[in-house]
Design a protein around this ligand. Structure first.
Ligand code: ADP
Ligand code: MG
Length: 819
């Protein structure tokens, strides 16, 4: 089996279905037995109970309509059963959908030699729970072990090249299918893509084009031969079906040819004998007959834009999806009426499937069956994103249960192309490590995992390699703000970046700033947990505190004692914190609060209380600076808050709708307050960020590898984009990425640690533990003379942890007792 991942995406369409696979680098369409990428969503069951799917079944729609079913997607989620009289069988819509999925699954196996077990399946933006559940059920029936669903317009946008953090404007996805039209307005907000609005017409599609052409031909027949055929006459139903199929084929051919002959001898029988149809269908005729239908779809688009306060000129891109959008006259008409640019070369028929496959990559949903006992060695449990927009994502590792050999003392990660290697990563007492890895931009990076034992001997680990793709990420951010811990020098140790998928858990080692005597009431190490996008702790909001209190200590904690802090967010966004003091083995725990607001009345009330405080503070600031527009905005915020509080109260009385409404209002209010605060702090923020970036550019241009320099250029471009757009979160994210690169380059300078040491040594007289600091300075000098870089590094770390923290910044930093 190939070592490349296999991500499968399926567009389970009303008219046609497609499957595509993504291997981390390229998307390939899956071909069916007829060699085409389109499988009509048509199922036929014959008298013997044999099932036929796809093109063959579609042809039988004409000759055996009673036992052939199409468009069952429209019935998904209903209990309506479909009859197959010849076989005396009935089938539920999801059972028929399962037949289509089974057939696509067999095509994948045929083409790639792997029976896929997992896939992403697209569903219309308006599918609700029962319809989505029926889709999942269909996948289960088709033999999939796990599926994830993605909204069709989101899949289209991904395939059309949407990338995290780029293209800030709105996108319009125009999806005209066989029988339905869907218009979706998408927007990228701070690197995440979402459907912000939707409109459509459930009875507008290619099928209507066909019927309007049929009507036109019937009118022609009447004018030229005096024969009147009515669509209302059951005697002509079969002939009309045949005509419609012929017209549809001709219409499709017209995308390539200017005109197509249509010859159906003896199609109709009337009292006066057989009537031949012998005509030529031209592009012009189709344009005339169908333009009113296209105009109807445009009206829907304009209505959607208007509902969101947008003009077509404010839409940055149009994504065309669905068979009819291949017709040149449709494209011309859309260009004429909407004037929004679109990409010519995308395939509107397979775009959704391609996007679903790319998304499967994002979700890490590898379709291949799990290998059985392939590797040997000590089992390691690794956690990393399969695909991410972060060029330096974290990889977390932990030793599994003690089987498969001795435990390593350190683990090292190395990118296979040799472009990057981690330092040896020591395992914590719990056998865990965490380290950022550097990805190749917009490519797949494979990392090798090696272990080294206490005596320097190699230790085999499994898995011995893993891959991460740098590219887009897609998710609704469960964590809307970056979460971290305030440090006494007013900096922030980030635990979870915003957008981190939940559940999530992370551990870092800190040191105490002051000593805390055993048994001392009132003495404590305060560990403030804060949320926000700022580098300075005092600008972020405290959302919880963990206290290590003297009266609970088993032994006195000297200054500089290590504290291992673990923050954990469960699936529902509930935060808990746990501090371990390795010196005594004592654990301090606190279950903090809910950070992802749900519609639970208690959580709503708490959210409202917090907002009220922030609103008051914002008002004070606005009065001080006499900012009239801000004051007006705050007055309306006040009203909104009152509404939300009323709704929250109704929610505790059992009105769930009111709860949802309150939650939405509060979230909007929170976002508005964030924006207001960001505006106030922007000058300070921007100046600091630019200084950081300038420092890093210097170092990376002198000491970075070519890959790092490329990565820096990309990151600085993203940084500048965020700066121009004044996006606080994105600016900070990119700034952190730049600083990581800058630090790596700085420490490549042969004198870097010497400089760090001299700086720390020059302040040693102020150390909290003077004798220890002096001993460390001598140890450092010796290490320097011996050129023992490793020892020097340890000395600097320890020495710095003894340096006093400025009391004022500690006060500002939510009185943090950690560094
Ligand atoms: P669905 O999303 O409903 O599964 P599709 O996107 O597969 O639908 O579109 C099917 C429709 O597209 C049919 O009505 C078919 O006639 C029409 N169609 C396919 N190719 C073309 C073409 N080249 N020109 C015009 N219409 C086309
Ligand atoms: Mg479709």
């Amino acid at each position: 089996m190939s070592s490349r991942p296999l991500f499968l995406g399926i567009d389970l369409g009303t008219t046609n279905s497609t499957a595509a696979v993504f291997d981390g680098e390229e998307v390939t369409l899956v071909r069916n037995a007829l060699g085409t990428a389109l499988t009509p969503s048509v199922v036929r069951i014959d008298a013997a109970g044999r099932t036929t799917v796809g093109h063959k079944a579609r042809r039988l729609l004409e000759t055996d309509p009673a036992n052939t079913r199409s468009e069952f997607k429209r019935l998904m989620g209903t209990s309506q059963a479909l009859e197959f009289p010849a076989a005396k069988l009935t089938r539920r819509p999801e059972e028929l959908a399962a037949e289509v999925l089974r057939s696509l699954r067999a095509d994948v196996q045929q083409q790639l030699g792997v029976a896929p077990e997992r896939a992403v399946i697209s569903v219309p933006a308006l599918f609700e729970l029962p319809q989505s559940a029926a889709t999942s059920e269909a996948a289960r029936l088709a033999g999939f072990e796990r599926v994830e669903l993605i909204q069709e317009p989101v899949a289209s946008a991904i395939a059309a090249g949407w990338r995290a953090g780029e293209d800030v404007g709105a996108w319009l996805v125009y999806d005209l299918g066989g029988g339905t039209f869907d218009a979706s307005l998408l927007e990228t907000r701070e690197g995440l893509l979402r459907v912000v609005g939707h409109d459509g017409d459930n009875f507008l599609g290619g099928r209507d084009f066909d019927w309007s052409l049929v009507d036109r031909l019937l009118a022609e027949l009447e004018a030229q031969q005096g024969v009147r055929i009515s669509r209302a006459d059951p005697a002509h139903a079969a002939a009309l079906r045949q005509l419609k199929l012929a017209v549809e084929e001709a219409k499709i051919e017209l995308s390539r040819a200017p005109e197509v002959p249509l010859l159906l001898p003896g199609l109709f029988r009337t009292g006066s004998g057989a009537v031949d149809l012998d005509t030529v269908l031209t592009r012009e005729a189709v344009r005339e007959a169908c333009t009113p239908l296209v105009d109807r779809s445009v009206a829907v688009c304009l209505r959607l834009l208007k509902a969101h306060g947008l003009e077509p000129s404010q839409v940055s891109r149009l994504v065309l999806v669905g068979g009819p959008t291949q017709a040149p006259f449709v494209r011309e008409r859309l260009a004429e009426l909407l004037g929004v640019p679109f990409q010519e070369q995308l395939d509107p028929m397979t775009l959704v499937g391609q996007g679903a496959a790319l998304y499967a990559g994002t979700a890490g949903l590898d379709a291949r069956p799990a290998p059985k006992e392939a590797e040997t060695g000590r089992a390691l449990w690794l956690q990393y994103p399969a695909m991410t927009a972060d060029p330096t994502p974290y990889v977390l590792g932990r030793l599994a249960e003690a089987t498969g050999g001795a435990a390593p003392a350190t683990v090292q990660l190395a990118r296979e192309d040799g472009g990057w290697t981690s330092p040896p990563l020591p395992l914590s007492a719990e056998g865990a490590f965490a380290a950022p890895v550097e990805l190749r931009v917009r490519q797949r990076s494979t990392f090798l995992v090696t272990g080294t034992g206490a005596r320097g001997e190699p230790v085999a680990l499994r898995p011995s390699r893993f891959s991460i793709v740098h590219g887009l990420t897609l998710s609704d951010p469960p964590l809307s703000r970056t979460l971290g811990v305030a440090l006494a020098d007013d900096r922030v140790r980030v635990y979870f970046e915003r957008g981190t998928p939940l559940p999530s858990r992370r551990t870092f080692r800190h040191h105490t700033v002051q000593a805390v005597a055993k048994g001392a009431a009132g003495a404590l190490v305060r560990i403030p947990i804060i949320q926000g996008e700022y580098e300075l702790a005092h600008l972020c909001r405290e959302v919880g505190v963990l206290e290590v209190r003297g009266d609970k200590l088993g032994a006195t904690l000297s200054a500089g004692s290590p504290v291992e802090l673990t923050l954990e967010l469960d699936r529902g966004g509930r935060l808990s914190a746990r501090a371990l003091l390795p010196a005594t083995g004592q654990v301090f725990e606190e279950v903090a609060r809910l950070l992802v607001p749900d519609a639970d009345p208690e959580a709503l009330a708490e959210l409202a209380r917090g907002l009220r405080t922030r609103l008051a503070r914002a008002r004070q600031a606005a009065f001080r600076s006499a900012a009239a527009p801000t004051l007006a905005l705050l007055a309306s915020a006040d009203e909104q808050l009152l509404d939300a509080e009323r709704d929250a109260a109704a929610a505790s009385g059992g009105d769930a709708d009111a709860g949802q409404k309150a939650r939405r209002t509060l979230l909007e209010l929170e976002a508005a307050l964030d924006a207001l605060e960001a505006e106030r702090m922007w000058p300070e923020l921007e100046a600091e960020a630019r200084a950081d970036v300038a420092w890093c550019i210097d170092w990376v241009s002198s000491f970075g590898t070519p890959e790092e320099q490329q990565l820096l250029r990309d990151t600085v471009t993203a940084f500048e984009r965020a700066r121009t757009a004044r996006q606080v979160a994105e600016l900070q994210r990119q700034r952190r990425a730049v600083v990581r690169l800058g630090n790596a380059a700085f420490f490549r300078h042969p004198k870097a640690w010497e400089w760090m040491f001299e700086d720390a040594a020059s302040r040693a007289d102020d150390a909290t533990d003077l004798p220890r600091a002096q001993a460390l300075v001598s140890a450092g000098r010796e290490a320097l003379a011996r050129k023992d870089a490793g020892r020097l590094r340890d000395v600097v770390g320890e020495l710095r942890s003894l340096l006093p923290v400025d009391a004022q910044s500690q006060q500002l930093a939510h009185r943090s007792g950690l560094r």
